[in-house]
Design a protein. Structure first.
Length: 248
C-alpha cells in the first residue's frame, strides 16, 4: 500500500463500508447496496463478482512510510486502526529474532468465538468503563479542536468499539486509551508546531491522560516528548519490545 494514495484504490471500498451501517444484512436485496465489485480473471463477458463485507471479514494491509511514499490521510485513519512499528533502539541478536516461516500456528480462533466475543458494540462496555472512555474522548476532542484538528462521531464511536472488543476492557482501560491515542490521535497531529502555545497545550493534555493513574504509559509519554521538540510534529511510532510485551 506504499505507491499510491489509499483513497484512490480503496475509495469505493471505504464508501461501501459506510453504507453497510444502514443495511439489513438478512435482506439479500438490501445487502446489494453495500456490495463491493471484484474484477477477477476468467470471467470474460460476465459481470464482476459481488461481495458483501460482513463482520467475519478483516482487511489488513502493510505499507512503508518514508519520503517516497504517500502519507495516510485523516479519512483512512478515522476508519482504521493504524499500527506504526518504530525503529528498535538496537538490532540485538539477529539470529534469535528470526521467525521460521514453517512455524505452525496454534490456538486458532474459532469462528464461534469471533462471532460471540470479538464483534461487540459500545453497549457491551460496563457503565464505569463507558464513562471513563467517554471522558477521555471528550478531553482529546477538546485538545484537538484547539489545534484545528477536531474529530467527530465516527472516531469517537470507533474508540468505544475498540474498547468493547478489547480483552477484559474493565481491567485494561489504560492500554486501550494508549492504543487509541497512538493509532488515531497522534497521526492526526502531523505538521503541528508542538513548541507553540496551542501545540504545547494539546500535547500536555494528551500526556496528562497517558500519565493518569489508570494509564501510566511512561514509554509513550517519553517517546511523545522526544518527538515534539522541533516545530514540526511527525509521529513515527515507538518500539514496545523494550517493555517486554506488545500491547493490544
Amino acid at each position: 500500500m506504499s505507491l499510491a494514495r489509499v483513497e484512490y484504490y480503496f475509495s469505493e471500498f471505504l464508501s461501501r463500508l459506510e453504507t453497510r451501517r444502514g443495511v439489513n444484512v438478512n435482506d439479500r436485496n438490501d445487502r446489494k447496496k453495500a456490495e463491493v465489485s471484484l474484477d477477477v480473471g476468467g470471467r470474460k463477458g460476465k459481470m464482476p463478482m459481488q461481495l458483501f463485507i460482513s463482520g467475519n471479514v478483516l482487511f489488513v494491509g502493510t505499507m512503508n512510510e518514508d519520503e517516497t511514499t504517500q502519507s495516510l490521510s485523516d479519512k483512512v485513519i478515522d476508519r482504521a486502526n493504524v499500527l506504526r512499528f518504530g525503529c528498535p533502539e538496537n538490532i540485538g541478536n539477529l539470529s534469535s529474532n528470526s521467525i521460521s516461516s514453517t512455524k505452525k500456528m496454534s490456538n486458532r480462533l474459532p469462528f464461534s468465538t469471533w462471532n460471540s466475543d470479538w464483534v461487540k458494540s459500545r453497549n457491551h462496555l460496563s457503565n464505569s468503563s463507558l464513562r471513563k472512555m467517554t471522558d477521555w474522548i471528550e478531553q482529546l476532542r477538546s485538545c484537538m479542536s484547539k489545534v484545528n484538528r477536531p474529530f467527530a462521531y465516527r472516531v469517537a464511536q470507533g474508540m468505544l468499539e475498540y474498547a468493547a472488543n478489547y480483552p477484559s476492557p474493565d481491567k485494561n482501560l489504560g492500554n486501550i486509551i494508549s492504543d487509541q491515542i497512538e493509532q488515531k490521535i497522534l497521526p492526526r497531529l502531523r505538521g503541528i508546531d508542538p513548541t507553540g502555545a496551542k501545540g504545547r497545550e494539546a500535547f500536555e493534555a494528551i500526556k496528562r491522560i497517558l500519565g493518569s493513574d489508570t494509564c501510566k504509559d511512561d514509554l509513550l509519554i517519553g517517546t511523545l516528548t522526544s518527538s515534539s521538540q522541533d516545530n514540526y510534529f511527525q509521529w513515527s511510532g515507538l518500539d514496545r519490545a523494550k517493555e517486554g510485551v506488545v500491547d493490544g
